[in-house]
Every structure is written in C-alpha cells, then in structure tokens.
Design a binder for this molecule. Structure first.
Ligand code: NDP
Length: 307
C-alpha cells in the first residue's frame, strides 16, 4: 500500500463539530433546526440509514422526527404528508428516504418537496441551480467528497476528473461540483467504451457504480486520487480473501456477520498504484450524513434570513 489514505471519518467529524457550533448559535436566537424524515415501508437498509441519520441529528442538536408510513400507502396520502410538511413553518428540512416501494415513483414525490426544505438537493430547482454553478443545497454525498478533496489538499483546477456512474444522487451532481471547481470532467456509465482507458486519464477518479471492487489497478493512473463511493455487501469468503489478503478482521466479519462492506474499488490493488484513496468503510459514508446535517442547518438559516 503506497497511497495516502484519505480519512473521511475525520473530515466528517470536523463538519459535524462545525454544524454543532452553528446549532448552538441558532439556539441563542431561539431556533432549533428541524428535519422531518419520511420512511415508506420497511426496507431493512433504509431503516438502518434513517436510524443513523436521526441519531446524528440528535447528537448535533437538530430536532428530527421520522414518519414511518405503510408500504401500501396510496400516492394521494403520501402527497398529503409531504404537503403538510411543506406548509409547516417549523419544519426546515424534509428527507424522503429512497427507494419507495413499488408502484410509488420516487421522482414524482421528490418533485413535491418545497425546494427551500429540500436538504437532499434532489428537487429540479436545486438540480438546476447546481448545474448553473450556484449550488443551493448540493446533494450530501458529492458535497462531502468536495470537502474531503479540499481537506486532502487535492488540486482541482485544470485537473482531469473522471466520475464513474451517472446517478442523480451521486454521479451527476459530483460531475457538476467538480466542473464548478474548474476540473475537466468526464462522466462514464455502463455504455462507456474502453472504460478502463478513460478512467486511466483521471487525476481524480470518483467511483460510484455499485459493483464490488470493479475498479482495478488497470483503471488508475499512477499517483491519481481515487474516491470510492460504493457500499456493497459481499458474502463470498473466497472473494474477500482474494481482495484483502491476510486481513483477518475482514474474514472474521464475513464469518460472524455473514458479509463485509466492499467499495467499488479494489482497495489493496489500487492502493499500490494511486497517490491517495478512500477506504470502505470510513471514507465517503460518514461524509454523507455530515452533509445532511450541514444542509439542514443551512435551510434553517436561509428560511429565517440568517447569514
Ligand atoms: P445507481 O445504481 O443509481 O447508479 C450506478 C451507476 O453506475 C449508473 O450510472 C450505471 O450506469 C453505472 N454502472 C453500473 N454498472 C456499471 C459498469 N459495469 N460499468 C460502468 N458503469 C456502470 O447507484 P448510486 O449512484 O445510487 O450508488 C452507487 C454506489 O454508491 C452504490 O454502491 C451505493 O450503495 C453507493 N452509495 C454510497 C453512498 C455513501 O454515502 N457512501 C451514498 C450513495 C450511494 P447506467 O447509468 O448506464 O446504468
């Protein structure tokens, strides 16, 4: 391993401290930022995410309530919940946990959220502002990655950046934020030809595809900065032994929990080529929740005209 490991958990802790300070300042003015989370159905991963978001809010002094709705809720009923939160002057942020159970269309409901309370930055108004280079609420994962790159002293102006993945929540906003910082950005996806060759041009490579360890050393220019967004549960003990040779802790996790979390990047092999790399877990994941807290406080300030 020659690459410098970029410590997302440490940067996230700094952001959370900053947010907690802002929350204290708001409390002096009688303001408690408030985030309302909507969880539809009982998807286990979504429940875990919602639980950790709620805990993080409480730790930072942000009031957070979760509306747990039945998986078979009607579209009209869900619309009424969102509209009620839009109209509630005490609510600063609204988070609709995705994915929604079928046949509900997540996009249609995100479009209903008041853009001023859209702390995930998924409303078309906020997406448009982001792509104009004047972000309002930047989506939490890419915004956190920008903080990590800055904390790591990674030069972006004029750099070649390749974003692997074009989702609305990671790939596209990531590319927009890098472009706004004057990187030369290429976005790749499942139809990209010569994928490894395109990625090898990157000074900064962001992988967000949801394919465990697909990004091998062949995708990476020596010295490049590699950001691994992927969170994949891998239960194949032989694969884990191949990806993390001699890593007893990983092997034990698979034996005890039944899986270990693996990113989209082959961490050990790429770590021997890259200049810097994020681990999974402990890289991008903690930054996402920190970004959510920061956006909630931002919403609370903006709605009250506080700078
Ligand atoms: P999506 O499934 O929405 O998007 C995946 C993207 O990767 C698509 O653009 C797809 O291309 C592309 N892709 C998939 N397979 C390949 C392939 N073989 N070659 C090239 N491109 C491919 O995923 P998300 O963006 O939501 O998430 C990506 C990963 O990041 C997941 O592992 C997810 O769990 C993780 N994640 C982590 C977060 C964190 O906090 N750390 C937050 C959010 C996500 P196409 O568009 O052509 O289909």
């Amino acid at each position: 391993m020659t690459a410098r490991v970029l410590d997302g958990a440490a940067v996230a802790a700094t952001i959370r401290q900053r947010v907690a300070g802002e929350v204290r300042e708001l409390a002096d003015q009688g303001v408690v930022p408030r985030l309302e989370v909507i969880l539809v159905g009982g998807d286990p991963a979504s429940r875990v995410y919602v639980g950790s978001k709620g805990r993080a809010c409480r730790e930072a002094g942000i009031r957070s309530d979760t509306h747990v709705l039945a998986a078979d809720i009607g579209a009209g009923e869900l619309r009424t919940v969102i509209e009620g939160l839009n109209a509630d002057a005490d609510v600063d942020g609204i988070l609709l946990q995705l994915p929604l159970p079928k046949p509900l269309d997540g996009r249609a409901f995100l479009d209903l959220i008041d853009p001023g309370k859209d702390i995930d930055g998924f409303h078309p108004t906020n997406v448009g502002l982001l792509h104009q280079g004047r972000p309002s609420f930047a989506p939490c994962t890419p915004a956190g990655i920008m903080e990590l790159l800055d904390a790591g002293g990674v030069p972006l102006e004029g750099a070649r950046a390749v974003v692997l993945g074009r989702s609305e929540i990671v790939g596209k906003p990531m590319a927009a934020l890098l472009l706004a910082r004057h990187a030369t950005v290429t976005t790749c996806h499942s139809r990209t030809r010569d994928l490894a060759a395109v990625c090898r041009e990157a000074d900064v490579l962001v992988a967000a595809i949801g394919r465990p360890a697909m990004v091998t050393h062949e995708f990476v220019k020596p010295g490049a900065v590699v950001i691994d967004v992927g969170i994949n549960r891998v239960d194949d003990a032989a694969l884990v032994a191949r990806l993390y040779p001699g890593d007893a802790a990983r092997a034990e996790q698979v034996a005890k929990k039944g899986y270990t979390l693996v990113g989209d990047v082959d961490f050990v092999a790429v770590g021997a080529v890259a200049g810097a790399i994020t681990p999974v877990p402990g890289g991008v994941g903690p930054l996402t929740i920190a970004g959510l807290l920061a956006n909630t406080v931002l919403a609370a300030k903006r709605r009250r005209g506080i700078e």
